[in-house]
Design a protein around this ligand. Sequence first.
Ligand code: PMV
Length: 341
Amino acid sequence: MSEEVPACGLPFVVNAPGKAILFGEHAVVHGRTAIVLALDARTEVGFRGKAGGTRTVYNGSTELPRANPYLQEALSRHPSVGPLDLYVRSGLPQASGLGSSAAFTVSLTAGLLALEGGASRLRLAEESFRTERGAQGVGSPVDTSAAVAGGVLAVGAKTVGDRLWELPGTDGTALWSVARLPDPGWTWVVGFTGVAKDTATVVRRVGERLRAPDGPQLLDQIESVSSRGARALLARDRREVGALMNENQRLLLELGISHPRLESLLKSVGEHAVGAKITGAGGGGSVLVLPKEGEEVLAGRAISRVGGVPFLLRVAASGATLVPPGERPQARGAPSASQAG
Ligand code: PMV
């Protein structure tokens, strides 16, 4: 499924990667550039078959679909597909800032498009963004783009890197350029606080913060970090990427999205990190650490010592992937498979 979503009949499985934002979260909602890493921890949606009754069955229940706004939104866009029997399995903790909702939305949308005869990757990217935005009410296409395309991406108004596609904003005017940057091939350490974050609430609060007189200046400073970050990634300059993560973290503190548990995780990795920052919306969720080379496990241990959940992850080479019947699913298993001790 490199260039498009193929047509496929039931049953099949689709999986898609999670993500961590390296630079530019929040600023991207306001038209600036973010750089995002698709991470090799995936969510898998199984399309088992048609449901026996008139309602979609999700993880064995006909009640659960009503409680899942992403599922509701996606299904409502494809009424002709009819009630399905679906399951989800994920190596990504929910509400952690690691893109579990986007990986779910993209896997689900790819499957629905496959049942309708297939579609282009651009259509998958557009529709997944609209579905996530519809369910969440706010946000940029950063998470869904990473789940569709995999790899390292720049998402924003300006094109940085090799352009993949452009997405219109939900108001039909803004344009998001999605471009690919090279993967430097490093192992990243993510630390989940265990505190669920609420993206929509934090995004709205940051929107208010940015209406202060220094708001535009803060956004420009974050844009500058992202564009220097893109150059540092192209040069595979680990020190510079780490230094820019620290610079981005100082700006995120200005946005007021920290939390005592995030501070504690960031402090814990100090001596093992080249750079470290909050990743995603903040107010809970996770930190992203670029460890010193060879100190990945030490950084992971430091996080678990202060009660965080560490993940040692590489960039996911592939985005959303449809696995036809008979082929082995590629999704990673339980979160413990990718945790450090
Ligand atoms: O939902 P999260 O924690 O992965 O955050 C997404 C990043 C934001 O920039 C805060 C929101 C967005 O949609 O870009």
